[in-house]
Design a protein around this ligand. Structure first.
Ligand code: AMP
Length: 480
């Protein structure tokens, strides 16, 4: 069926109370996923939405759910609806959405996420909840303690399913799907449809309406993207980054992505030492610290947020002017998600990716996925020798030398799982480092001509101008 082109919210079948909350939020026109999904959700159909964050998918399920919840009442320990989110931040964001759009309702909402006391959550469950928003692990913990019955769930939302897969949550999701009534309505959202996700939808959705909005690749048009050549040495990468942060233009605020949690912490420390107003966000931080870092960034008190993929995935931080990939992401889809933090809601944004010679394969995959080649800032190079030797603080006892260590070759992964087993933000204590499946280190001389000879200082005239400028650094410090 060709989707009808709904021009305003009042045509979608939402209740008056919900419509007035939408109006108060300032939104006038439904986004494509909202226009296409809301009428089906209200008709009690299962929905398979292939959409990423930034498309308005949260309201696509929140608004009809609030409308439907106007009928009926919650009972103790038996939530009426359940929303599964891969991370605590996303869960909290969905809660905010229910609060915003449910301001004319007396909804009882509970958030079951790790890092928060069981007792408070338990008290809330006891009083009966209309909307339960949970990360899978914590939900199952409550269920196993006998504090929660899932037999009253009328509607189940599985959000960011591909990220759940990345985080190893699929077995938990399967368990939860078996604990909720067979007759429930299911809304399932995923940015991509790898085979494991496809299988899940075949098992747990009943004759779903499939809605696909703007494939990830097509969402990056309003973002200026640039590749920046670096060597693979971390201290040099940090210097290139600092130069970018200083010289790249008007940076209102920026998210800087690293592939690994420990690199987030290191880079954050280094940036702060160099006088940048930066905060860190990764899965090993406790919930309080994560929330505080996010809030400070949202409010503009912090300019730079150094983050890992999982921690930042799907976060709704409007008006991020720049994204920097300190590490080229291992997975092309992560690139799309990362740069999608900027250029939201029709705004423009800029995204810079540091590229070491060994990242070439990742960049090829990214360019293939987005269907365009990304311009280099300056010339493409296999190695970069930075202009002045006095610009880097070299006292750091770096554990790494540019080569990636700790490779475990994906051992223990389930067959067919998408290639990463990144940090599991729910249970930070056991969160594995995202070191598996690191692509093999490539020889700097591999293909791509013409290039300066490996190991030889690259032609200085090919460097972007800002890399020639001297940098004012503080006196030597132990970690750079
Ligand atoms: P989401 O994809 O749910 O993360 O939403 C992305 C952003 O779009 C959020 O800031 C929403 O508040 C915003 N948004 C959602 N629906 C609309 C709409 N109909 N018009 C404009 N912005 C919207």
């Amino acid at each position: 069926m060709e989707p009808k082109n709904y021009m305003n919210f009042s045509e979608l079948g939402l209740s008056q109370k919900v419509l007035s909350a939408v109006e108060a939020s300032g939104y006038t026109t439904p986004t494509p996923i909202q226009a296409q999904a809301i009428p089906h959700v209200l008709n009690r159909r299962d929905v398979l939405g292939i959409a990423q964050t930034g498309t308005g998918k949260t309201a696509a399920f929140t608004l009809p759910m609030i409308t439907m919840l106007e009928q009926g009442r919650a009972r103790a320990r038996m939530p009426r609806t359940l929303i599964l989110e891969p991370t605590r931040e996303l869960a909290a964001q969905v809660e905010e959405s229910f609060i915003k759009y449910g301001k004319n309702h007396k909804l009882s909402i509970a958030l079951l996420i790790g890092g928060v006391s069981f007792d408070d959550q338990d008290n809330k469950l006891m009083r009966g909840v209309d909307v339960l928003i949970a990360t899978p692990g914590r939900l199952l913990d409550h269920h196993e303690r006998g504090r929660l019955l899932l037999t009253g769930v009328e509607l189940l939302v599985i959000d960011e399913a591909d990220r759940m897969l990345d985080m190893g949550f699929i077995p938990d999701i399967e368990r939860i799907c078996k604990l909720v009534p067979f007759t429930r309505q299911t809304l399932f959202f995923s940015a991509t449809m790898p085979p494991e996700i496809q299988r899940l939808t075949e098992t747990f959705l009943s004759n779903p309406v499939q809605i696909e909005v703007s494939r990830p690749a097509s969402t990056v048009n309003n973002i200026v993207q640039k590749l920046v050549a670096t060597s693979s040495k971390d201290f040099e990468k940090r210097e290139v980054l600092r130069k970018l942060l200083t010289d790249a233009g008007a940076i209102r605020n920026a998210i800087i992505f690293c592939n690994r949690k420990r690199d987030v912490a290191l880079l954050h420390k280094s940036l702060v030492k160099h006088g940048f107003n930066a905060a860190a966000l990764h899965g090993d931080m406790d919930q309080h610290a994560r929330t505080a870092a996010l809030e400070a960034f949202r409010k503009g008190e912090t300019t730079f947020l150094v983050a890992s993929d999982v921690a930042a995935r799907g976060l709704d931080i409007p008006e991020v002017s720049h994204v920097f990939n300190f590490d080229a992401p291992y997975h092309a889809e992560d690139y799309v998600h990362r740069i999608g933090r900027t250029g939201r809601a029709g705004r423009t944004g800029e995204a810079f990716t540091l590229v070491a010679p060994m990242d070439k394969k990742s960049i090829d995959a990214i360019e293939k996925l987005i269907g365009q080649s990304i311009e280099w800032l300056g010339a493409e190079q296999s190695s970069v020798e930075l202009p002045s030797s006095n610009t880097e603080v070299t006292g750091a006892r770096e554990p790494r030398d540019g080569k990636r260590r700790g490779r475990r070759g994906g051992k223990g992964r389930k067959p067919g799982n998408r290639a990463s087993a990144p940090e599991r933000t729910e249970t930070s204590a056991s969160a594995p480092e995202r070191t598996e499946n690191v692509p093999p280190v490539r020889n700097a001389e591999q293909k791509t001509a013409p290039r300066p000879q490996s190991g030889v200082s690259s032609d200085a005239s090919q460097l972007p101008a800002f890399l020639h400028r001297p940098v004012n650094l503080k006196p030597r410090e132990p970690v750079s």
